[in-house]
Design a protein. Structure first.
Length: 112
């Protein structure tokens, strides 16, 4: 699940974390006209949930910052599944290009 990680913040509550600017695709994100910050990665997560892992809808919440993507909730398996899906994008330039193209097709705007 690199570069993402899960932390138990309180008993039974978890956060999925990604330090923005720490992925193998940061340069590609910038080439595509975006800033690889926490808000951009929230958009990636939202697209993945909407298009590939719809069973995760409503099972966690988002709380990104400029320097970090955060999804949180009590459903650790859902966060792990999201982390695995996001990890694929974070490590594959072509996959990232496809996600940004999908966003454009759907009229989705990243909040970066």
């Amino acid at each position: 699940m690199e570069p993402l990680k899960i932390m138990e913040t309180r008993p039974g509550n978890y956060s999925l974390l990604l330090n923005a600017g720490s992925t193998a695709v940061d340069e590609v994100v910038e080439e595509l006209g975006h800033e690889p910050n926490g808000y951009f990665w929230e958009g990636v997560a939202q697209l993945l949930v909407a298009t590939e892992v719809s069973e995760l809808e409503g099972r966690f919440a988002y709380d990104p910052e400029g320097g970090m993507f955060v999804a949180y909730g009590a459903d650790r398996p859902a966060l792990e599944q999201l982390g695995a899906a996001m990890s694929e994008v974070a490590g594959d330039a072509d996959r990232m290009r496809r996600i940004v193209a999908l966003a454009a097709e759907r009229g989705f705007e990243f909040d970066d």
